[in-house]
Design a protein around this ligand. Structure first.
Ligand code: PLP
Length: 403
């Protein structure tokens, strides 16, 4: 397939050398159409009003910023606040972006969306928004993920979506994205690809970030109201990177605010055992810059440039590349990235349940585990916002098997 690329470091959709648009010719026109629709929507008062209305009355925004009183006391370190994205309709931050792109789909006059899903949260959010807006919806999901997130498969089907299992590769998120892209290429006149994270070709990483920035905007106001000062640290888990950038972005100009993204360390540091793309300092091997799914970023790959298999207990973090803006923030040292193991995440999830009465998604539990592994670096005056990206209902089988 022929590709058109932009020169590194120039053009739109670049984060330093990362990002860009590395796609077959057939996708250039729909990506340009999407970019135009998105640019127009930014200043379209009716679009913005409907987006705000759905976030508030359908999804349940603003979400609370809750002081984690017993967790803070138990850990004896920084004051910890939880940004409760888990309380949103469908149970995770994914709905913010799904609403935005669902409205864009309608604006472009397309009757159908396709989506990929890993943990199933993005598939459920897409199916939910499709139902609300009267769009047809097809969701691609690896069969490995369908097995470990069976509840979400049923949810999508009840909502009227078609769920197609993907048997290729590792039968997880990467393979689901491949199939969703194939469907999109074939049906591009009638179909929008509702990509679920800050991945893919321009404009997706920028557009998805913008739809998720509501997290940080609210959190900033809420922490200033509660503590009369900015946080010292932000913590979030990083799969593709949408909940983390959604929290981080609003604070990028505040040099005093440290940002820490936590990746899936899986069950070991060898290639194939983890999904840690920016944690080479901890010994996680196999990540270097390359192109996956239309964007230039850090990608887990073998010496020949073949995309590596990944492992994580958490389907939502189980992806070999990371959003290009994170690659750039890491290179600049503006944000720090680290990985924690499956076991540490499971333990942290259980701790949050017992101390705060909140069972987090296993993705989210990685963020808390990352904070706990860094406790010695904090002092008592530090103030943390931890993004609670989703709730753990979908993970009950995994909790049961592994605890
Ligand atoms: C999908 C998902 C993630 C990972 O995706 P990001 O784009 O990195 O946010 C994290 N937490 C939950 C609950 C998810 O559903």
């Amino acid at each position: 397939m022929s590709t058109r690329t932009q020169t590194a470091g120039t053009g739109t959709g670049r984060f330093g050398p990362y990002g860009g648009r590395y796609v077959p010719e057939t996708l250039m026109a729909p990506l340009e159409e999407l970019e135009r629709a998105y640019e127009a929507a930014k200043t379209d008062a009716a679009f913005q009003a409907e987006f705000a209305d759905l976030l508030k009355n359908f999804a349940g925004r603003p979400t609370p910023l809750q002081f984690a009183v017993r967790l803070t006391e138990h850990l004896g370190g920084p004051r910890i606040y939880l940004k409760r994205e888990d309380l949103l309709h469908t149970g995770a931050h994914k709905i913010n972006n799904a609403i935005g792109q669902g409205l864009l789909t309608r604006k472009m006059g397309k009757p159908r969306i396709v989506a990929e899903t890993g943990a199933g949260q993005h598939g459920v959010a897409s199916a939910t928004v499709a139902a609300r807006l009267g769009l047809e919806c097809t969701v691609y999901m690896g069969t490995e993920d369908m097995a470990r997130q069976a509840l979400n498969v049923v949810r999508m089907r009840v909502l009227g979506a078609e769920v197609i299992g993907v048997e290729a590769g590792s039968r997880t998120l990467k393979d689901a994205i491949n199939e969703a892209m194939r469907d999109w290429v074939t049906n591009v006149r009638t179909t929008h690809y509702l990509l679920g994270s800050v991945l893919g070709a321009h404009p997706y990483p920028t557009m998805v970030r913008d739809f998720q920035c509501v997290i940080g905007r609210e959190a900033r106001e809420q922490i200033l109201a509660a503590e009369k000062r900015l946080p010292t640290h932000l913590y979030a888990c990083v799969g593709g990177g949408s909940n983390s950038i959604g929290l981080f972005h609003e604070f990028l100009g505040d040099r005093s605010v440290k940002m820490i993204g936590i990746e899936a360390g899986g069950r070991g540091t060898q290639l194939g055992e983890h999904a840690a793309r920016l944690a080479a300092a901890q010994g996680y091997s196999g990540a270097r810059p390359g192109v996956l799914h239309g964007t230039y970023t850090y990608v887990l790959q073998n010496d020949d440039g073949q995309i590596a298999l990944t492992h994580s207990v958490s389907a939502g973090l189980d992806y070999p590349a990371i959003g290009p803006e994170h690659a750039w923030l890491a290179d600049q040292g503006r944000a720090e990235y680290a990985a924690v193991s499956d076991a540490a995440a499971l333990e942290a999830g259980q701790l949050l349940a017992r101390k705060e009465g909140i069972i987090p998604a296993l993705e989210t539990a990685h963020a808390l585990a990352g904070l706990m592994e860094r406790l010695s670096r904090f002092n008592r005056n530090d103030l943390v916002i931890l993004n609670l990206s989703g709730r753990g209902d979908k993970d009950m089988d995994t909790y049961r098997r592994l605890l």
